[in-house]
Design a protein around this ligand. Structure first.
Ligand code: A2R
Ligand code: GDD
Length: 315
């Protein structure tokens, strides 16, 4: 069995590659820029606007599975990069599906489309935990792009491609970039521990509640749902448990033995920040044998240790 991951060098892509390799699946991965040091990792260069080249690539590799991860992944960035977010997440996805349709694998390949809990946007209290049938009211360009990706998944599915759409809720873990809450807090704590900055941590909205999973639990679900999910259908991937952002902060601070002052950085506050996202995972559990395995406290320690190691190497 062969898999192709777009955006393989990103946070989730690397964890997904590890998981698939552990399942004896051959993995190929695309990036907009590939250097020769990565050749042994089956990396291939891919520009989404080069349709002919993508068709050729698919005809050469002939993957059985395609995980389409490549995207502008930051909600915060999407407020200031609206058209870039739509280009990366919507236009590129349509171009990619067109190329798949023209390739020799169009009848056989199984595709996973990555959406987001941000597709739900404003949710009324009686709809908590959020189910896949709840209405979609996105409140930011990222959420809009992911709803559109969902529409594209349904559209191309109706044209004959096998595409399953997933809505992962927040996922964190070692290797995540800055710009996401657990990494942003851990990075600052690691710098404070080394005396590189004053013992003051800058934060955004601490009152929001999110449904967090470890990225390794998420990619395990991806690996199974691509095989078992129904084309054109959508599946939440979530824990079902809300955690307040203030708890993420206090857990990380408690893992460090330091006294740290917390201040709100106005630039980290968003115009709209949904107060509560918590999902129902009933639908996915009906289809695959999956449950959360990694407790979030363990993930947070690993994220902090990741930044501790990285800062020591860099500074
Ligand atoms: O091409 P690279 O190697 O720079 O990979 C990046 C790729 N990417 C893009 N590809 C095409 N056109 C773009 N405008 C574009 N912007 C980014 O997607 C990047 O490494 C990869 C995504 O990696 P991360 O930003 O680390 O996102 P993460 O957390 O791995 O998210 C994976 C998927 C995305 O669909 C998210 O929206 C969703 O999971 O949460
Ligand atoms: N990034 C960040 N940095 N967020 C902060 C901070 C901070 O310093 N302080 C508080 N927050 C709050 C945000 O306002 C938001 O309510 C919450 O922490 C989570 O923010 P992010 O980690 O940036 O994630 P996100 O929820 O916006 O988006 C992530 O989850 C989506 C699924 O729900 C991303 O991984 C998306 O790609 C993913 O689709």
């Amino acid at each position: 069995m062969k898999a192709l991951i777009t955006g393989v060098n990103g946070f989730v892509g690397r964890h997904l590659e590890d998981y698939l390799l552990s399942q004896q699946i051959e993995v190929w991965g695309t990036s907009r820029s590939v250097n020769h040091e990565q050749d042994h990792l089956n990396r291939v260069q891919l520009d989404f606007n080069q349709e002919e080249a993508i068709v050729q690539l698919l005809n050469t590799i002939k993957p059985d599975l395609i995980f389409h991860l490549a995207a502008q992944s930051s909600v915060a960035k999407s407020w200031v990069q609206v058209s870039r977010t739509l280009d990366a997440n919507v236009t590129n996805t349509a171009l990619f599906y067109d190329a798949i349709k023209q390739s020799e694998i169009s009848d056989t390949v199984k595709i996973l489309s990555i959406g987001s809990s941000e597709e739900y946007g404003i949710v009324s209290k009686e709809n908590i935990p959020i189910s896949e049938t709840d209405s979609l009211n996105p409140t930011n360009p990222y959420g809009i792009s992911k709803v559109t990706q969902y529409m594209l998944a349904k559209f191309y599915s109706s044209l004959g491609l096998h595409i399953v759409h997933v809505r992962p809720f927040n996922h964190i873990g070692p290797g995540q970039k800055l710009g996401f809450v657990a990494s942003d807090f851990s990075y600052q704590i690691a710098k404070i521990e080394l005396g590189l900055i004053d013992p003051v941590i800058k934060v955004g909205n601490l009152s929001a509640k999110r449904d967090f999973l470890d990225v390794r639990d998420i990619v395990r679900a991806y690996g199974q749902i691509i095989m078992e999910g129904v084309s054109g259908e959508v599946y939440n991937i979530c824990s079902g448990e809300p955690i307040e952002i203030s708890t993420i902060l206090s857990t990380l601070v408690s893992l460090s033995k330091l006294r740290i002052e917390v201040i709100t950085d106005q630039s980290l506050l968003r115009d709209v920040d949904i107060p509560l996202y918590v999902g129902s995972n009933r639908k996915i559990k009906n289809i695959i044998d999956w449950k959360q395995e990694i407790p979030i406290d363990r993930t947070l320690l690993e994220v902090l240790n990741f930044w501790r190691g990285k800062i020591q190497i860099v500074e």
